[in-house]
Design a protein around this ligand. Structure first.
Ligand SMILES: [Zn+2]
Length: 233
């Protein structure tokens, strides 16, 4: 009986450890995972996940053009295929495009061939848009365990997460002022900020962007792409 209890306790510990590893923002089993960059320069990266969807793409790309700042868009292959004009608009405006998988499923328990297809199909779609810069990867829901990091490591693809995520706090997520304030309070040189602005349900995030950009510019921060941030290491 004692042995069974011990074995169960051990299993629970291992499961908890694996879960922690699968959700970690700055560590993975193979290869590099970047959640922020250590730098003394006041440079930061705005990153927008999912999509592209046409209406929100127009809105955010026009805003970034008016502010003359770049951002990084982690797009899914299925949405690039469904809305190629929106994806092209982001590329032509000079923003960075990252690979956010094809179908936006959790990739923790996916086999090697599915992982390869999710990543390769999406990178090919990004290249077809005329995008020539390095393509980094961000896992859907930030989830990964062994096969996904191993594939990325083999392919020499850098994984990028974030270190500021205001939408993860339910008391903040629906209030654009609170979202902006959270980012302004947490930001440090080298921060990577995660926001979802593509979906109608994330209008509070879209509305927070001008306040974030204008306040942090006034504090002397410069917005750069993730690839530019990576070069500052
Ligand atoms: Zn996503």
């Amino acid at each position: 009986m004692k042995k069974i209890v011990l074995a169960l306790a051990l299993l629970i510990l291992i499961a908890a450890g694996l879960f922690k590893l699968s959700t970690s923002r700055n560590y993975q089993a193979f290869g590099e995972l970047i959640g922020h960059v250590d730098t003394e320069q006041k440079i930061i990266a705005l990153t927008f996940d999912d999509g592209p969807l046409p209406e929100a793409t127009n809105q955010i790309v026009d805003f970034l053009a008016a502010e003359n700042i770049p951002a990084t868009f982690f797009l899914t292959g299925k949405d690039i295929a469904a809305h190629p004009q929106a994806a092209k608009k982001i590329v032509q405006a000079g923003h960075q495009i990252g690979n956010h998988s094809y179908s936006h499923q959790r990739m923790v328990s996916m086999g090697y061939d599915s992982v390869a297809s999710e990543i390769d199909k999406t990178s090919q779609l990004i290249r077809n848009l005329g995008y020539n810069d390095e393509i980094v990867f961000r896992p859907p829901y930030g989830k990964k365990l062994f096969i996904l990091p191993y594939y990325l490591y083999q392919k020499n693809i850098t994984s990028v997460t974030w270190n500021i995520e205001p939408e993860s706090y339910p008391e903040i997520a629906q209030d654009s002022d609170a979202i902006a304030q959270h980012v302004i309070d947490k930001v440090r040189p080298g921060s990577i900020i995660l926001l979802h602005v593509m979906f109608k349900s994330r209008e509070p995030s879209m509305a927070a962007v001008p306040k974030i950009v204008q306040t942090l510019k006034a504090q002397g921060y410069t917005f750069v792409t993730v690839n530019e941030l990576l070069k500052a290491r």
